[in-house]
Design a protein around this ligand. Structure first.
Ligand code: ZN
Length: 176
């Protein structure tokens, strides 16, 4: 113990250490890697069929042909039985709000201008799938657990040449 203590005691020589100034830029160009959304073609993801179907207006996921397990998000291997014999199946576009919250500040990259916005867990009608999604077209105070919601396909503009899409939900009957 005393040996170790001895090694931590040293003189600073009585002189000031050198100093320098670093400047933080007003803005930082972010690398492509930090884009919130996947690259969606088959070169970059093994679930490109999910995005192809969503681009065509259909929400889908994978179902295991061996054990029948239905997964969301789509997989390339069944988490129940490890089979890779999976098939894409269409999912209902309607569901109900299972849970929701609001992002009031510090949104993720690409969404910093959107706050406040609502995030949720949507329980899809008629299937055992709950998924996490933003809710458009409603403020937090307007919503209640169990509210009916429906799929909204979001086209993502930039920063790649790919036509990318994602899914959100909005209150059912709201056509705005
Ligand atoms: Zn399976």
């Amino acid at each position: 113990m005393t040996d170790a203590d001895d090694t931590t005691v040293r003189s600073d020589g009585g002189s000031e250490p050198p100093r320098r100034t670093v400047t933080i830029p007003d803005s930082i160009e972010l690398p492509r890697l930090l884009d919130f959304y996947d690259l969606q073609d088959d070169e970059h993801t093994r679930i490109s069929e999910f995005y192809d179907r969503l681009r065509d207006g259909s929400l889908s996921t994978t179902e295991c042909r061996d054990c029948g397990d239905l997964q969301f998000p789509p997989r390339v291997m069944c988490p129940e039985c490890t089979s890779d014999d999976l098939a894409y199946v269409s999912l209902p576009h309607d569901g109900t709000l299972f849970a929701f919250s609001a992002v009031r500040g510090s949104g993720p990259l690409g969404m910093t201008e959107d706050t406040p916005f609502v995030t949720s867990v949507v329980d899809l009608d008629g299937v055992d799938v709950k998924l996490s999604a933003r809710i458009d077209g409603a403020d937090y105070d307007d919503l209640s657990i169990g509210d009916p919601v429906t799929l909204e396909v979001v086209d993502i503009d930039g920063p790649t040449d790919q036509h990318r899409v994602f899914y959100r939900f909005r209150p059912r009957g709201d056509t705005a």
